[in-house]
Design a protein around this ligand. Sequence first.
Ligand code: NAP
Length: 320
Amino acid sequence: MSTSEIYDLIIVGGGPGGFSAGIYAMRAALKTVLIEKGAPGGQMTLSGEVENYPGIERISGPDLSMQFHQHALSYGLEMINAEVKEVEPGLEYHVVHLDDGSALRSYAVIIGTGGSAHKLNIPGEAEYYGQGVSYCAVCDGFFFRNKTVVVIGGGDSAAEESLYLAKLAKQVYMVHRRDTLRAGKILQQRIKAECKIEMLWDSVPVAIKADAQGVSSVELQNVKTGEHRDLKTDGVFIFVGFSPNNQLVPSGIDMNAKGYVVTDDKCETNTPGIYVIGDLRQKYARQIVVAASDGCTAALAAAHYVENKKAAESDSCQLV
Ligand code: NAP
């Protein structure tokens, strides 16, 4: 096989981590391709306002996604819009299989496939998805101008999305299963100060109900009293956490009990030349800036790995 057919680096996933890796890889002159199955930006595209990416006071998630994309394009990063079916580790090179049956080879692979929203798995949730049930305020909030919406969850996502929805909706009910929010302190203060948001503590949704127009109410249960009530609403936005998208992580790579991949400080897994970045990687904070930082680290480490690999290969050729 001709080594010219082998990429130095394949990046799987076009979120902030993937694009950051792409930028650093191009600057390190690695022959690189980034593969993304959806729109550039990953989960970032679902964020209303991003206010904690250093150097940018405030920007919408979709706009920040486009800036990452444009920045990577400016370095000539090759991108393929396709779904990766498998990452197959190898000793000489790794193989990335695509949904059209083709396969790409590379010395190093960076996997940055992020995570996905958790479901409540209650009656009505799947049935009325798109008819009032949503997991993305930025995508669907517009349809609820001057209407009533219920947000489920008490974390950063639920808090941010409630604040976003409060700009559009007439009334936002935030339903949380405990009596204190998990969300950070600044978000908690903003929630308290927003008169359109009413907190419903110690409550969980047990069913979502609809009429011919779509969602009409959510049945709540108070976890302390056991009491049930029907809360009228036009929409239900669900933000109850997420799980890592680890389906492409090859078997044999270490993961923790929650399915996050364990890496060293270079973002390298226990399989040499395979790196994991962003929300898929076990770490303390899952933030855009951290994913971007992971992308940088992994690309620099991959550059070093590829250089050593090629040097070892040319040494062994000279010995023959
Ligand atoms: P999260 O922090 O895991 O919060 C999930 C929330 O949903 C919690 O309040 C949890 O309640 C509640 N919940 C979970 N399962 C539930 C169920 N079955 N029924 C009712 N409620 C349920 O998830 P997240 O808000 O999506 O955030 C994920 C990560 O991204 C976090 O690390 C977060 O800091 C980060 N993030 C950061 C930002 C930002 O800083 N700009 C924005 C978004 C997300 P309990 O509290 O009782 O567990």
